[in-house]
Design a protein around this ligand. Structure first.
Ligand SMILES: [Zn+2]
Length: 109
């Protein structure tokens, strides 16, 4: 008999209903004046590059799938490059990515 080990270190016991609720809240936030003001700044929260507000996406600092909430403190505007990178990278790689991206952005100024 083979024993399968879980390889999901962040898999909390999240109920499907909780995930749905947080995602619905995120949609609501995205339609709010508060979010429009965040996006209107035109700056990516992570790398600090200037990005047209239309191209900024909403990102959860702690992903909903890992227990993050759709609250103003956990939701930030983020450019596409960062959004894609954050999904693909491990937290440690993400740190490295941020350092490089921020240096690049400040050199452009
Ligand atoms: Zn960025």
């Amino acid at each position: 008999m083979k024993r399968r080990k879980s390889i999901q270190p962040f898999a909390y016991d999240l109920e499907e209903a909780d995930l749905k609720r947080e995602r619905a809240k995120a949609r609501e936030l995205r339609g709010s004046q508060w979010w429009k003001r965040q996006a209107a700044k035109g700056v990516c929260y992570y790398c600090g590059c200037s990005t047209p507000s239309k191209e900024l996406t909403m990102d959860h600092i702690v992903p909903v799938s890992r227990g993050g909430k759709s609250t103003k403190g956990n939701v930030v505007p983020c450019c596409k490059a960062c959004n894609t990178a954050k999904k693909q990278l491990l937290p440690i790689e993400w740190e490295e990515y941020l350092k490089t991206a921020r240096t690049k952005a400040s050199n452009q100024k």
